[in-house]
Design a protein around this ligand. Sequence first.
Ligand code: HEC
Length: 146
Amino acid sequence: MKHRYRLLLASALAFSVMAISSKETATGMDGVIEYEASVLPVLQKKCMSCHGTTTERPFFYDLPIVSRWTRPYVDRKIQTALTSFEILPSFSGAEEETIDEYAAKLRRALQEKRMPPTPYLLLHPDHRLTEEEGQLIVEWATSEEG
Ligand code: HEC
């Protein structure tokens, strides 16, 4: 009985150590979630097709005949997306004000669940942000806004 109790205690301890160390990969020394390590990979995976420079286009972009209409539609969307928000690969050299504004835009769009746009999600359901990803980005943005 005593032995079992010790085993239980040991595994509880091991679990809490694991929980602490996994938390440390997402947060920096001062507890601030690091942009490049945690936020950027999510943005690159789920938002880059409209908010970054990529050659990825939807299948209907190259479809014969309909591409006459779909191409300008996609090009225009990406143009609008890029002018209102462009994913920054790093903050080196960026002004404090630029980062603040970037974080604020990101936080608002995600809190209001505006991004990624619903029509896009119908075709790319795997690009929907998970609850955790959304929270992580909003938390990072809030800490960045000060
Ligand atoms: C299908 C293309 C598309 C995808 C994918 C997409 N966006 Fe957007 N995004 C847009 C367009 C178009 C706009 C500009 C018009 C608008 O605000 O609806 C925009 C605007 C924004 C803005 C600026 C809003 C403002 O208030 O100025 C932010 C921030 C943003 N998107 C974040 C994201 C994030 C984060 C993701 C991924 C989780 C994402 N977007 C995925 C098309 C896209």
